[in-house]
Design a protein around this ligand. Structure first.
Ligand SMILES: Cc1cc2nc3c(=O)[nH]c(=O)nc-3n(C[C@H](O)[C@H](O)[C@H](O)COP(=O)(O)OP(=O)(O)OC[C@H]3O[C@@H](n4cnc5c(N)ncnc54)[C@H](O)[C@@H]3O)c2cc1C
Length: 475
């Protein structure tokens, strides 16, 4: 293709962000092509079936939002997959946390909170003072924000392990405004998380349990990207196509790619959307838009190894009657946490067997992923056996390593993204849509893709111009 393709959008990256954007644009009559480096569409979303187990190598489920924010529901309906959408079992509202070496249920109501032995009497009284605590002007990391508003015990036993579960992140680095914007907004709008929570109608559910419903698809989450790719016109999604360079031209964009055999080619289009990981986007812009490249390269990622382990039911003493276990760093357990996968959704394990998924690594333990497979496996199995009272060997074990699993919305992230948008604004026709901005969950990625599709087709107005000059992060 030698001339700019008028009206055509090249989406660079075929994870759920790029694919759902492709779908929403296609539904609005826009011609699109998706280029993806991997050998199958879906990015981090990957389901496998083995020995009667259904294993999610990436996300296990996602939180379906409500009302206007439920783009996931709209997408699933568009794809005629609504009868495949399944909600997690009612036990999912029960979350265990390790406290002084024992697993205890996190309280899910104010009376249970008062009776809970996880938090000391001082921590409970301290909470009463939360509405009286004022603001600070600087951008806080999550640890600072939570300790200031709720006290240290809440950080250690509720927030930090929860943040480990979502971002595999370090609460001393993650920005409260970027990584937990809704919580931060409660303080900004109401001056108090408790008052704000009540005022916006949030019932005082288990600490850290967000609103919405936890869902997956019958057959596995990968059904979602696979169905999008299959329903788009043939040839729209091109896997095995690694984008090497993205270059602005007099009108439109030129994208250089390389296939799995090393053959190179060029595509031209009026519009490009960066939907690949920020480090890959940084490389593609390295020579052509160095300022944007530098900003993208500064986004850190946490490494994770995800392990799925299958046991006969009677090998595991714990009832597995919940979502899973949160493991505070203070308890000195190396695992980040575990999900009771077969308790959450049907079909994840054969009859009389259970499937448990656990995570190790994260932004506070880069060392873990330097271990060779046998050492890492031994570590995970030992920790899991102690935590859940497991006897004997797993009959099934599967580990997946991600050196760059989850983008970290660290302090300075929002400024970085604003600075990036400002740099890119000088080049009409380039956009960004991936999990390294505006939310990392699968449902956030779909919602943000829908918003971009609506903006690009004029259904939503352009983002307003930034008023003040933003300082560009330099590291
Ligand atoms: C282990 C793990 C567990 C998770 N658990 C949950 C969960 O339980 N619930 C939840 O909601 N979310 C979860 N997430 C987060 C969520 O899965 C991701 O944020 C989301 O799927 C990211 O989608 P994406 O399209 O933005 O990025 P990705 O899925 O990373 O897709 C990016 C795509 O870009 C492609 N690419 C890379 N480089 C290039 C290049 N040079 N040229 C072309 N293409 C390129 C890749 O092949 C990939 O397909 C989890 C993530 C991980 C890793």
């Amino acid at each position: 293709m030698n001339t700019t393709n008028p009206g055509h959008t090249l989406i660079l990256g075929g994870g759920i962000s790029g694919l759902s954007l492709a779908w929403f644009l296609h539904q609005r009559g826009q011609p699109v092509t998706v280029l993806d480096a991997g050998n199958r569409p879906g990015g981090s979303i990957r389901t496998e079936h083995d020995q009667g187990y259904q294993i999610e190598l990436g996300p296990n489920s996602t939180l379906q939002k409500t009302g206007d924010d439920d783009a996931l529901g709209r997408l699933v309906k568009d794809l005629n997959l609504d009868d495949r959408l399944i909600e997690a079992s009612s036990v999912s509202s029960n979350r265990y946390v390790m406290h002084r070496g024992r697993l205890k249920a996190l309280p899910d109501s104010p009376p249970k909170f008062i009776l809970s032995t996880i938090f000391s009497p001082w921590a409970k009284v301290r909470l009463l003072a939360e509405p009286l605590i004022g603001w600070v002007l600087h951008e806080e990391h999550i640890a600072e924000f939570v300790t200031r508003r709720l006290g240290r015990e809440f950080l250690d036993y509720a927030i930090e392990p929860f943040i480990s579960g979502v971002y595999a992140g370090d609460p001393r680095s993650l920005s409260i405004a970027a990584a937990a914007p809704k919580v931060h907004q409660l303080e900004q709008s109401w001056g108090s998380l408790i008052i704000g929570g009540i005022m916006v109608g949030k019932k005082n559910k288990a600490i850290g349990v967000p609103r919405g419903r936890l869902v997956t698809l019958d057959g596995g989450l990968e059904l979602l990207p696979a169905t999008i790719a299959a329903r788009l016109p043939a040839g729209t999604v091109r896997t095995g196509t690694e984008v090497i360079t993205v270059r602005p031209e007099a009108s439109g964009w030129q994208v250089e790619w390389r296939d799995a055999q090393g053959a190179r080619g060029l595509e031209r289009a009026e519009r490009v959307v960066l939907a690949m990981p920020s480090h890959a986007a940084a490389k593609a812009l390295f020579t052509t838009l160095p300022a944007a490249s530098q900003l993208l390269a500064g986004i850190a990622y946490a490494p994770i190894a995800s392990t799925a382990m299958g046991y006969a039911r009677d090998q595991v003493s714990h009832p597995l009657d919940g979502f899973g276990v949160l493991l505070p760093r203070r308890e000195r357990v190396r695992l980040l946490g575990a999900l009771f996968s077969s308790s959450l959704f049907p079909g994840r394990a054969p009859e009389n067997k259970v499937l448990v998924t656990s995570f190790i690594g994260g932004a506070m333990d880069y060392q873990a992923l330097t271990m060779p497979d046998p050492a890492l496996e031994a570590w995970v199995r030992k920790d899991m056996a102690e935590i859940l009272g497991i006897r004997g060997e797993p009959e099934f074990f599967r580990m997946t390593r991600y050196q760059q699993a989850i983008p970290q919305y660290n302090v300075g992230h929002l400024k970085r993204i604003k600075a990036l948008d400002k740099v890119l604004k000088a080049y009409p026709g380039i956009h960004t849509r991936a999990n390294w901005r505006d939310g990392i969950s699968v449902s956030d990625c779909v919602l943000n893709a829908e918003k971009l599709a609506r903006r690009l087709t004029g259904e939503l107005p352009e983002e307003p111009e930034e008023k003040e000059e933003e300082e560009v992060p330099t590291e």
